[in-house]
Design a protein around this ligand. Structure first.
Ligand code: SF4
Ligand code: SF4
Length: 384
């Protein structure tokens, strides 16, 4: 495993960090799902036993159970060997007492006395002024003095200008941002990555495979990769594009299967999985692969679920995921079949009353209402 410095904090982290937002799940009879704890423990411990020393979770992941699953998995001596990053959402920060209570609850769930890196989850430009005005960072400073947390950080989805403002306001230990081959010129951009590096703020990357999509290459994208003499999997190319940046400390990837985990560990253990290792020819290749992908995917939904819940129960990310899958693979058979289940669960796009609530929350600025209509048209009509 390759390790990298973590900004101002005096530790090295594995270049691959395990994200605990896509843990394996068990589907229940009532149609809901819960984390498959035994499988999740196995993945987390396998990762820790094979060099992964950075685990990312959040209060809200897996319906507020991800922290507890991680805490349980890390019992038996694992906790001391790894770094835990977790996130507190703004909606639990009604009062300073709430902020403390939430942290105490998180510590209990994680079965630990301290959190290595504590983040404000998904700072949005519209709440940033409130966070400043209510001195929430002062409260975090107190936690640090008490030894409850070590690093203070934030995660962010949004435009570069607001990111720059947040980054400049406080000597953050880390910022966690969405970056991947397809988003390199959106959100924080390459400029934001450079700025974070200049400030000595560790940079942790989320959504490196765009919700897993970049791990699969349709024929035209694969043809681009095949044109290069060195053969690598699509996921490896996508990770490679990111770890080439020297400012990046850690790349998070949500893990669901052992196969994914082993592949990620292999990729990040290669001798050349280091910064500044790409040739100009490889950078050009990545740009061509990006163009090939972009010519296919029409809805840039990452599956983050910030638009949820919809008051009409429309499964927005699920519908977009089915639509994009159909577009990516030029085949709507399976997406149509699975959309039938969405309809049966009364969660299809026809339920949308166009209230617009979801659109205000989408970090990708998707015109959700009209895209739902387009998706429904393409997905409806499965016949057994
Ligand atoms: S616009 Fe439609 S999909 Fe979005 S929240 Fe309202 S009802 Fe749900
Ligand atoms: S529509 Fe937007 S907010 Fe909803 S899951 Fe997709 S990217 Fe996230």
């Amino acid at each position: 495993m390759q390790y990298r410095p973590y900004g101002k904090l005096d530790f090295q982290v594995s270049a691959f960090g395990m994200g605990c937002m896509r843990l394996p799940r068990i589907l229940k009879e009532d149609g809901t799902a819960e984390v498959d704890r035994e499988k999740a423990y196995e993945l987390i411990r396998y990762a820790a036993d094979h060099g992964v020393n950075y685990f990312d979770t959040a209060y809200g992941y897996h319906h507020q159970t991800s922290e507890a699953v991680l805490g349980e998995a890390l019992q038996g001596g694992y906790r001391e060997r790894v770094k835990i990053a977790t996130k507190q959402p703004f909606n639990v920060m009604k009062t300073h007492a709430d902020i403390r209570r939430n942290l105490e609850n998180t510590l209990k769930k994680l079965r630990t006395d301290y959190i290595d890196v504590y983040l404000i989850h998904n700072i949005q430009a519209n709440v940033w002024e409130d966070i400043k005005a209510r001195n929430i960072l002062e409260e975090y400073e107190k936690f640090r003095q008490e030894g409850l947390i070590r690093g203070i950080a934030f995660s962010y989805h949004g435009e570069f200008e607001a990111f720059k403002d947040i980054l400049s306001y406080y000597p953050w230990d880390m910022c966690q941002v969405q970056q991947n081959l397809l988003d390199c010129d959106k959100e924080v951009t390459e400029e934001g990555i450079r700025l974070a590096g200049e400030k000595g703020c560790a940079l942790v990357i989320m959504e490196p495979l765009r919700g897993g999509g970049l791990a699969n290459a349709p024929e035209d994208v694969q043809a681009v990769y095949n044109s290069y003499p060195v053969k690598r999997s699509p996921a490896e190319w996508a990770f490679r594009y990111l770890y080439d940046h020297p400012q990046v400390s850690c790349i998070l990837s949500g893990v669901t299967t052992m196969e994914q985990l082993k592949d990620n560990i292999r990729i990040f253990s290669e001798a050349d999985a280091v910064a500044d290792s790409m040739t100009q020819e490889e950078r050009d290749l990545m740009l061509r692969a990006k163009a090939a992908y972009e010519s296919r995917v029409t809805i840039p939904c990452t599956g983050c679920e910030y638009c949820m819940p919809c008051p009409q129960k429309v499964d927005i990310p699920g519908i977009f995921q089915k639509y994009n899958t159909g577009m990516m693979f030029k085949n709507f058979d399976n997406p149509k079949r699975t959309y039938m289940f969405t309809k049966n669960a009364n969660q299809s796009a026809v339920n949308c009353i166009e209230c617009g609530a979801c659109m205000k929350k989408c970090p990708q600025h998707i015109d959700i209402i009209s895209q739902l209509k387009a998706a429904h048209e393409a997905l409806d009509g499965w016949k057994e």
